[in-house]
Unconditional design. Structure first.
Length: 228
């Protein structure tokens, strides 16, 4: 069962069995950022909290982030994520968003940042006034999935570098897994680990994830699950 935790007067995090998603409110509307893994009733849950028109923004389309999407006829998502979304039985109409697009909730602008790699259409959301970056799965201190059809380590590395364009614009990172919150300093640590994996200097061990053998690279700050 989802656990709703208030962060401040206009922000909540919803903890859903190891996955996290967020509710943000402005003066005119509210935004749900992802809909979790087992929360088909995500919309119903948050509409008990707020009395504002509700929109949905998806950071990406892995199954543990879209369980409640069915309650929305349309939602914001990178168009590069559509194949992933449809393959995971995602329904509804995608309103495409790209780098630099701003979704204003009313005195609360949310800017889209493209960060492909974990998936082709992964995005981060810069909550400018709150000085928070909502990072999806790309920046976290848990185990980052980098195996399977849609993962690309080269794009992931470039996306971590790309985030430096926004240095100084946020103080905290709100990830969808792992510790909440985390600090921007983690980005360079993840970049270092990803580079070690790419160059073959990282050592890992074979583990089983969802019936598939993958290689776990465990660093002091986070883990990566890559191809075996």
């Amino acid at each position: 069962m989802a656990d709703v935790i208030k962060i401040n007067d206009n922000t909540w995090r919803i903890e859903d069995d190891g996955v996290r998603f967020y509710l943000l409110t402005g003066t005119e509307k509210a935004a749900l950022i992802d809909t979790g893994m087992t929360t088909s009733d995500a919309r119903e849950i948050v509409e008990k909290i707020i009395d504002l028109p509700l929109i949905l923004i998806n950071t990406h389309a892995d199954p543990d982030h879209i369980s409640g999407n069915g309650a929305f006829e349309e939602f914001y998502m990178s168009p590069d994520e559509e194949d992933n979304y449809r393959e995971n039985n995602g329904k509804g109409t995608i309103i495409p968003v790209r780098e630099g697009d701003v979704i204003d909730l009313g005195e609360r602008p949310l800017m889209v940042i493209d960060i492909p790699g974990h998936t082709p259409g992964s995005i981060a959301i810069l909550d400018e006034k709150s000085r928070v970056l909502i990072s999806g799965d790309t920046v976290q201190d848990g185990k980052i999935f980098m195996f399977g059809k849609y993962r690309n380590i080269d794009d992931y590395i470039e996306s971590l570098k790309h985030l430096h364009l926004y240095d100084g614009q946020y103080d905290d990172i709100y990830p969808m897994h792992g510790t909440f919150p985390i600090k921007p300093e983690l980005i360079d640590k993840l970049l270092s680990g990803a580079m070690e994996i790419k160059t073959g200097t990282a050592t890992g061990k074979i583990v089983n994830v969802f019936g598939k053998e993958v290689r776990l690279y465990m660093f002091p700050y986070a883990g990566f699950l890559g191809e075996a």
